[in-house]
Ligand binder design. Structure first.
Ligand code: GRG
Length: 298
């Protein structure tokens, strides 16, 4: 089961098709990194080589779609999506390092440390994280209080209760015998939390109430589980633009349960994600339609 980004047909409106949103996010990323693009030092080049290459941009896409469907159309959405994408890209550079997953290919190209060296890759990670927070703090169109909350949410998502925790568990626990529940906790931290914070940003910028915020967060966490399962199922797939069989020695759910059971679990998580989405948007939402196209075989 793979993700399908090919059949996301345009709908009505300027940014209402996922493809149009993805292109707008990529333009915004380019603009936010325009100084970096003009600099020719290796760290700046590494940042551009990692961020400004084609990626699925799923996190900013979800953020923009979720907010627009709540009637919020402020240009700041693209900055928020770009900030999340910068954090995501920083995490990929770090994850690929020899002391972590020791990967050689990412997004169809040699990994950043293979192109620029480990020192440059690590500096690019630090610069990208700090740029991401700077993008949010510079959003003068949003009230300062909202920006402060968003920065706090993003810093928590990265930290020792978020991506860092998930990555540590992935590196140090994944070779030990683990239960399905243990692996799902790791997946929540390493993947779900960045989806969750994207929805937290939507909640802040749109001002939705607590119940709707919780539904969006639950939606994001279920989708994060589904997305990670899909990623694990694609581990042997050479068309993904990254190393294959990277997870062979890890306690992923595919290795624990087998592909067929993981597909069942994936569908379960997608159904749960859709249930939480309906609580906010009703039965037929653009976001739900987008996800049905994204996970075509489910
Ligand atoms: C935040 C810098 C920083 C570090 C935190 C290294 C680390 C600690 C976390 C890494 C966690 C990790 C690699 C999770 C994998 C998540 C995942 C499913 C990645 C693939 O995402 P896609 O498919 O990739 O969206 P593209 O390339 O399309 O963006």
């Amino acid at each position: 089961m793979g993700l399908s980004f090919t059949s996301l047909a345009p709908e009505s409106g300027e940014f209402d098709s996922p493809d149009a949103i993805r292109q707008a996010v990529e333009r915004r990323l380019g603009k936010l990194l325009s100084d970096t693009q003009e600099s020719h030092d290796p760290v700046s080049q590494a940042i551009c080589s990692s961020v400004l290459v084609p990626g699925k941009r799923i996190r900013p896409l979800l953020l923009v779609l979720a907010a627009r469907e709540l009637g919020c159309r402020v240009p700041a959405l693209f900055d928020l999506g770009s900030a999340v994408e910068m954090i995501h890209t920083a995490s990929l550079i770090l994850d690929d390092l020899p002391c972590m997953d020791n990967a050689s290919m990412r997004r169809g190209r040699p990994t950043i440390h293979r192109q620029y060296g480990e020192d440059v890759a690590m500096l690019a990670v630090v610069a990208l994280l700090s740029r991401a927070l700077g993008v949010v703090s510079d959003l003068s169109a949003l009230p300062a209080g909202q920006r402060a909350v968003m920065i706090s949410q993003l810093s928590r998502a990265v930290g020792t209760q978020g991506l860092v925790k998930g990555q540590y568990e992935d590196l140090h626990e994944a070779q030990k015998p683990r239960s399905v529940a243990d692996v799902m906790v790791t997946n929540r931290h390493k993947t779900g939390v960045l989806f969750q914070v994207s929805m937290q940003l939507v909640a802040v910028v749109t001002g939705i109430d607590r119940a709707a915020t919780e539904s969006l967060e639950r939606f994001a966490l279920a989708l994060g589980q589904a997305y990670q399962l899909c990623d694990d199922l694609g581990d042997g797939d050479a068309t993904q633009g990254k190393d294959i069989d990277q997870d062979q020695d890890k306690a992923t759910l595919v290795n624990l349960l087998g592909a067929q059971e993981v597909r069942r679990l994936l569908n379960e998580q997608l159904e749960e994600a859709d249930r939480h989405l309906s609580a906010v948007y009703g039965e037929r939402s653009a976001l739900s339609g987008f996800l049905k196209k994204l996970f075509p075989l489910s």
